[in-house]
Design a protein around this ligand. Sequence first.
Ligand code: FAD
Length: 494
Amino acid sequence: MTPRLPDVTVIGAGLGGLSAAIHLRLAGHRVRVFEANAAIGGRANVLRVGGQRFDTGPSLLNYPWIFEDLFAAAGRHLGDFLRLRRIEPTIVFHWPDGRRLTLASEKERLAAELENFEASASHKLDEYLADAKEKFRIAFEKLIPRNESRPLTYFAVLTCGELLRTALWRSMYAEIGRFFRSRHIREALGSYAMYLGGSPFSLPGLFSMLPYGELAYGLWYPEGGIYALVEAIGRLARSCGVEIHVGRTVSRILHREARVTAVELADGERIAADVVVCNADLPTVYPQLLGEPPPRLAMSPAVLTYYWVLRQPPAGLSHHTIFLPGNYRPAFRHLLKGQGIPTQLAFYVAAPDASQPGPAPASPSRVFVLVPVPVLSRLTGVGWPEAVAEVRDRVLERLAAAGIVLRAGDILAERVWTPPEWAQRFRLYDGSAFGAAHTLGQVGPFRPPNYSRRFRGLYFVGASTQPGTGLPMVVLSGKLTAARIAAHVRSALR
Ligand SMILES: Cc1cc2nc3c(=O)[nH]c(=O)nc-3n(C[C@H](O)[C@H](O)[C@H](O)COP(=O)(O)OP(=O)(O)OC[C@H]3O[C@@H](n4cnc5c(N)ncnc54)[C@H](O)[C@@H]3O)c2cc1C
């Protein structure tokens, strides 16, 4: 007789938790997901403002094959659930000196744009793309898809040439600087570090491949917004037999002799579980659910986000725009090490209606503004009503300086989520929006592993464990955690 597989309880229905749940259900486990919020999706959530539907957090979608693979694992096609649209050109960058750079996947167009900033940039672009392509191959074929926490074994699969290519000892900014001399090109490509909530000066050189991933494989947008992708994954999970319970907070993980036995919900109900998968942000699990001190981790910054309904589409704003400060390096240093709201801001603006197909852009129109700020422990003493108003003014000033003028009365409705609200809604450690930082000491085998070394049966999934943050990575994280559990179950049954 085949032995019964252990029941699995997943704490949290972010995309990492849902991905793990789907893979574990497909492997034959009974899987129950408990989500504290009323809606699934975690940070990738949905918000209604002035009758308009907004995505709360993620707005840039990369690496669509990772989502396609999730559906394929269940014998389904992502395309039957959702249509993805390619966004081209991808991102527009603005500087306070009035310069503007537009990235595009079409190589001739991109080369011509870079030539405006640096002579013979098109030749350097070829060299950069060739190098980043190889880095991308190494990362996606050899490093990211493996469950390996021992550094020597992790890197042993690389040839000497491949190891040199990872440029782990150099910063992402310095690595980009090997190809381009223009400050503007370096800063634009370096600001992809913000995708991981990081700084190009603290991320290792391997991450210079991030712009390549987008230029080569596209930047995508699901019809209906990012939350349409979350809904599709939720439907997939339910159709596989995953049991999802929303509005149910787990308050404790119970254990006996270093083995998990159950979870306790906020209403006191206990659910016996041999395997518990925590999608709750890893560093919060220890203090909040196990009554233990959190692991020492450097965290990525927090965010202040604005959701605006505008009377009409703002002229001159593309779907994705990044506004960089004049003092690029000190601004990133402040984000990671400074106290209080930075005086010069790097910020991101999404205007999803700008890329809507059709004759005329939608009206009223949605605009989302994301301003990275230091983590909560570095924001003590900030008065939020004043800070929200001040940052709004500074954002509007920068927009106006770039020719995008919004007058009083153009904003028909507004919602703002401050860092304390982000922290409280999704239980984010120190308000960190992207989870554990991707510094050299916290990537690959050095990132917190997806299983507990202390408690048998306790696993992790999501942004603060391996491989890292971002929607594609947390979906991969779910697959890796499920594979880890399968390996442990197999060895226990042997
Ligand atoms: C503002 C912002 C913008 C971003 N932009 C992008 C982007 O453009 N592209 C991109 O790819 N990524 C982006 N990211 C990163 C991406 O959103 C995250 O990496 C990813 O969504 C994290 O998923 P997760 O599954 O790890 O965790 P989460 O999404 O945080 O989900 C964890 C879930 O666990 C629940 N939970 C926690 N504790 C408990 C408990 N005790 N009981 C029950 N439930 C619990 C939480 O409520 C939450 O729903 C952005 C993030 C933010 C904040």
